[in-house]
Design a protein around this ligand. Structure first.
Ligand code: NOJ
Length: 553
């Protein structure tokens, strides 16, 4: 076996085939009743995840933070924000998850800190040219009095990417870089102290027993030397650019950081893993993130962004397997997360909706709910049959749609404020999830308080309702996960089959998988026995917006 083949050998490392469930802590389960979910809440609901059949959970940030970007603005990387509990609560949660054979991945946010981080506060006080400022990206402004930003970069959240500070003597001073909100200053990753600090943060959580890290903005940490001006091209999206190179995305230097971290994780037993959040324009580039000595996984955002269209879906699956396979890495698959419109709505949108735009009461192209849910269930039925590792986002197992009617006064996502209300933002996929139809806040807590309002119709999506409904989305997910595990679908080969231009079909060993993305029922032949149908149907013709797993006589 070559080294690559050895590394790629199925089953040798848990993350190669794992189904990983994303918990967005503030919206999962709230033990204190303050309307914001917390770590004891997660612990209290772990049995539901064991019952669902996932291999691991990934927790979005719960570290100390002023919550300007829902925790992606970390003020202390080694502590738990009181909103979510304590380090002891974390340890309990971790132990309880491990006791159920559920691994735990935590979010690491290395591109930027909160402006409330001790280092940034020191940088503000210390002044230009100081070692404290050198941990961040401070520059003098342009113009006669430094009144213009150092370059023309535009923040992902809207507005310029630079903020001017007032120096301690009260005069207008230098500018600092923030790819996201001004409260999220970027670290300077050429600085040795920054590198050492993050090695130490990794070890802090590895010592506590975490199984890995999801690395936030893994493609943004290194900026092109000289910070040159950049004219965004037409195909650029805010997180990843288009084909053209962008001076703050995907710079080669990021790979040295991952190689360094790979070594840190390798000091620990138990196959600890890094998963990169890297929005890159092509799968070829994405695969560079998971070369054998770098990250273990990276999110497959091209797959997530694929429209409901047979040719596009087949192509992205084929290309994912080829590109990730070429570096000996498993492909990952993902349809929803806390930054995108939930896939049970997104797949039926009838107007363009760029990532981060969100959907509000006045947005065009809102989806038909039934079509969205049917496509969402079919898409997951395909995803969970694919070799590699799949990510699920809390609530998708209930078939939750995007919350599209959130009144303006409740919106909290930074893009909503920058500049003002032009983008609805990501709150619609972050609403606290329903557990019980007849309980306060649908069982999210026992006070009825929720940081974002839950749509009244979510009673029908509550877990207790779905538990007892054989045809529910929850029971579909459970069945898919059970069959996937029993049949070992997380690894092995995929063989393409031809089912016509409006369908995608392939075989995983004896199991056939087909999805109908067209407008007419798709005959599968008389000799089929269904293992899973994404929604119940009679006969052997696959209805539109439906997927199935089946065997042939
Ligand atoms: C990506 C995270 O997923 C998103 O929620 C956050 O706003 C940005 N990174 C900034 O940290």
């Amino acid at each position: 076996m070559t080294e690559l083949e050895q590394i790629a050998a199925p089953g040798s490392e848990w993350w190669r085939s794992a189904v990983i469930y994303q918990i967005y802590p503030r919206s999962f389960a709230d033990s204190t009743g303050d309307g914001i979910g917390d770590l004891p809440g997660i612990t209290s609901r772990l049995s539901a995840l064991q019952d669902l059949g996932v291999d691991a959970i990934w927790l979005s940030p719960f570290m100390t933070s002023p919550q300007k970007d829902a925790g992606y603005d970390v003020a202390d990387y080694r502590d738990v924000d009181p909103l979510f509990g304590t380090l002891a609560d974390f340890d309990t949660m971790l132990a309880e998850a491990h006791a159920r054979d559920i691994r735990v991945i935590v979010d690491l946010v290395p591109n930027h800190s909160s402006d409330q981080h001790e280092w940034f506060q020191q940088a503000l006080k210390a002044g230009p040219g100081s070692p404290e400022r050198a941990r961040y990206v401070f520059r003098d402004g342009k113009g006669a009095n430094g009144e213009l930003p150092p370059n023309n970069w535009q923040s992902v959240f809207g507005g310029g990417m630079w903020e001017r500070v007032t120096e301690s003597d009260g005069t207008p001073g230098q500018w600092y870089l923030h790819i996201f909100d001004p409260t999220q200053p970027d670290f300077d990753w050429t600085n040795e102290e920054v590198k050492e600090e993050f090695r130490s943060i990794l070890r802090f959580w590895l010592d506590r027993g975490v199984d890995g890290f999801r690395v936030d903005v893994a493609h943004g940490m290194v900026k092109e030397a000289g910070l040159p001006d950049y004219a965004p091209v037409a195909d650029a999206d805010s997180m990843g650019g288009g084909e053209a190179s962008v001076p703050y995305w995907g710079q080669d230097g990021v790979h040295d950081i991952y190689r360094d971290w790979h070594k840190v994780l390798a000091e620990y037993d138990g196959d600890r893993a890094l998963c990169g959040e890297a929005w890159l324009p092509t799968l070829k580039q994405t695969a560079l993130w998971v070369r054998p000595d770098e990250m273990h996984q990276t999110f497959n955002f091209p797959y997530l962004m694929t429209p409901w269209e047979a040719k596009a879906l087949a192509e992205v699956i084929r290309e994912s397997l080829d590109e990730f396979g070429s570096v000996g890495a498993p492909s990952t698959w993902v349809l929803s997360n806390h930054d995108v419109v939930r896939h049970a709505s997104r797949l039926a949108l009838t107007a363009d909706n760029p990532q981060g735009e969100g959907i509000g009461p006045n947005s065009p192209g809102k989806p038909d709910a039934a079509i969205g849910l049917a496509r969402g269930r079919a898409a997951t039925t395909v995803m969970l049959s694919l070799p590699g590792s799949s990510y699920l986002y809390q609530g998708e197992e209930l078939g939750l749609p995007e919350a599209m009617e959130i009144p303006d006064e409740f919106r909290q996502d930074p893009p909503w404020y920058r500049p003002t209300g032009e983008r609805d933002g990501r709150d619609g996929c972050r609403v606290p999830i329903p557990w019980q139809a007849d309980a306060p806040a649908f069982g999210f807590n026992d006070t009825g308080s929720a940081w974002l309002p839950q749509p009244a119709e979510w009673a029908t999506f509550a877990r207790d309702v779905e538990e007892s409904d054989e045809s529910s989305t929850l029971n579909l997910y459970k069945k898919l996960l059970r069959e996937r595990r029993e049949r070992g679908l997380g690894s092995g080969a995929l063989v393409w089959e031809d089912c016509g231009a409006d369908a995608v079909a392939f075989r995983r060993g004896e199991l056939h998988v087909a999805v109908n993305l067209g407008t007419e029922p798709l005959p599968l032949g008389d000799d089929v026995t269904f293992v899973v149908q994404s929604q119940a149907f009679e006969g052997t013709a696959l209805p539109v917006n439906t997927a199935a797993w089946y065997t042939k006589a």
